[in-house]
Design a protein around this ligand. Sequence first.
Ligand code: CTP
Length: 397
Amino acid sequence: MARLLLIIGGGIAAYKAAELIRHARKMGHDVTPVLTEGGAHFVTPMSLAALAESPVYTSLWDLKDEAEMGHIQLSRAADHVLVCPATADMIAKMAAGIADNLATTLLLATDKPVTIAPAMNVKMWQHPATQRNVAQLRADGITVLDPDEGAMACGEYGPGRLPDPEAILAALPLQAPSASPFGKAGPLAGKHILVTAGPTHEPIDPVRVIANRSSGKQGFAIARAAAAAGARVTLVAGPVCLPTPPGVARIDVETAVQMRDAVMTALPADAAIMVAAVADWRVEGAATQKLKKGKGAPELKFAPNPDILADLGEHPNRPALLVGFAAETNDVIDNATAKRERKKADWILANDVSGDVMGGENNRLHLVTATGVEHWDEGSKDAAARHLIDRISQELS
Ligand code: CTP
């Protein structure tokens, strides 16, 4: 059990601090919330106090009575200080050493490790001033978590979203209530989970590839949820621009053959979840020099790629639980059921990709097992990932 001092900055993501407190309490940690004036516009001290079962500190002047708990004492009573969400303003003040309110004063006075989880508009995050301040904080020894990329509350798209509360907690070096062989706690502690994600790129020549529309978001969300549940996670990722989830070992690959090799090298695993949209064919004899258009349209010949899921299904080191996805545009359940048998997988998660699922934020999944079909509610890819990891935790326990 660890004691966490949680400083909540003034951003739309402040509401997620409440969820973070709930998870931290479930993990057995003590949380003392400090709510900034800005944060109080988004969450109330009352809800934080109820979830944390602790007083919530809001002002430096609450702490006037040094006989009770002074700001120096408060800043040091914790094992770890977390700023979540950290706004651009808070980051700038921290980088400059400004102490003009309770939160910034505590951050200057603390002698404990500090982690910040920034969340802000993409332009604010990418602004040279913010990036300069972040570099300064990192140089000062503060852990700055990378924000997630995606659609933002303000309607723009890019990095700036607060990562999942569970992922933030998994990134903190908090002492686990029950240490696992990997030093983490949670229902998947001690398990190795192997995940593939994203598309593959199959070269035509040195500058051209055959690709597909997979964004990698669902696979990355699953890797993140597995790590948050305490697993050791290996994520074999095709070419995507997504930040590595905290606590996940990522191996970047381009082609299906490279992905197969990386997966086989990562064995043994307790569960393998094959989410990647692997290209079924590669160009036979890809050109080693750029094809020039003056020579007429090239004729491409294709060779079949290895089927990684099917290869795992027959592997002597087959993971105890083998999970595949079936992206289908029609006859979703029938196709998924046939795929489960053909590839010797335990479970197939069928999703209907006739809409904008590829690259979209939501997913509606159907879990096909040996005994039947479960229809899951439509929800975010993060929610689907957490649901899947809960089911896997039950299965492996
Ligand atoms: N898969 C894989 N290697 C391949 C192709 C697919 O590991 N070469 C995995 C995917 O990661 C997914 C599952 O197999 O978990 C099903 O992928 P999908 O593209 O739906 O199936 P295909 O094998 O391409 O079958 P079909 O073309 O008939 O839909």
